[in-house]
Design a binder for this molecule. Structure first.
Ligand SMILES: O=C(O)c1ccccc1NCC(=O)[C@H](O)[C@H](O)COP(=O)(O)O
Length: 257
């Protein structure tokens, strides 16, 4: 599954590169205002911070929501108190785009994450050129030298990297590349089963100063509370926000969990 998603994302990036070569995208990336400080945003305060996701569809759930105006949705997230916005830009299964990311960047003043299956530098340049402050690197889809190289590349552009692990071994590989923001995703990417307990098992192994992010499996306030009690600085929430009636109120409710 992950290999197919990465392959598709790389093919789509190659198509875009034929239109906008690397030098051009690099020039746009370097012309952007400096990236916002996502580490500070995700580790602020006593309460758990919310990374609110713009997510139309997914391989595990199919179509979730239409989201004709991602900027308007992101503004509601920000009004609700989200610390950052995640924008799924993958086109084939998640029905996202870089246009979504650009629109969200224009609409909010909090950090924005490009949620994508990234395997090469061009995709990182695209993210920065579209105004993203963070990128996602999924440990399971990258050999260790490539993971380290892409992380360094993004950081040299001033961006923050959310390094994502699904297992204890991947968590260690994240620490080995000196992840400053390390996420544990509860979703098993082979079976799509959720294992929210994994975050609690790994939480004691976070070194001081590394931002602890719990990803997926948040549908109710008690799920936020469980992650917070296990030590999460931030939780990443998609489905509960895009399928609910009032995302702003849902975020407020989650922040009070
Ligand atoms: O969501 C999926 O089905 C999925 C499948 C394969 C790779 C990644 C996938 N999701 C990306 C995510 O990590 C989630 O969008 C994010 O953590 C939010 O999860 P949720 O709140 O459960 O929508």
């Amino acid at each position: 599954m992950l290999d197919d998603l990465l392959q598709g994302s790389l093919e789509d990036a190659a198509r875009r590169r034929a239109e906008a070569p690397t030098v051009e995208v690099e020039r746009l990336a370097l012309a952007q205002a400096p990236a916002l400080d996502a580490v500070a945003a995700l580790s602020r305060g006593e309460q758990v911070n919310i990374i609110a996701e713009v997510k139309r569809a997914s391989p595990s759930r199919g179509r979730l929501a239409n989201i004709p105006d991602p900027a308007a949705l992101a503004s509601l997230y920000e009004c609700g108190g989200a610390a950052a916005i995640s924008v799924l830009t993958e086109e084939r299964k998640f029905l996202g785009s870089l246009d979504d990311l650009r629109a969200v960047r224009e609409a909010v003043s909090i950090p924005v994450l490009r949620k994508e299956f990234i395997g090469e530098e061009y995709q990182i340049l695209e993210a920065r050129a579209a105004g993203a402050d963070l990128i996602l690197l999924i440990v399971a889809s990258l050999e260790q030298p490539l993971l380290a190289r892409l992380k360094t590349f993004a950081e040299q552009l001033g961006m923050t990297v959310l390094v994502e692990a699904h297992t204890r071994e991947e968590f260690q590989r994240g620490l080995d590349v000196d992840a400053k923001v390390l996420g544990v995703n509860a979703r098993d990417l082979k079976t799509f089963e959720m294992h929210p307990e994994l975050f609690g098992e790994l939480a004691p192994e976070y070194p001081a100063g590394v931002v602890r992010v719990a990803e997926s499996a948040v549908l109710k306030p008690e799920h936020v509370r469980a992650y917070r009690d296990a030590g999460a600085d931030a939780v990443l929430v998609g489905e509960a926000l895009v399928t609910g009636d009032d995302p702003e109120a849902t975020i407020k409710e989650f922040l009070q969990a």
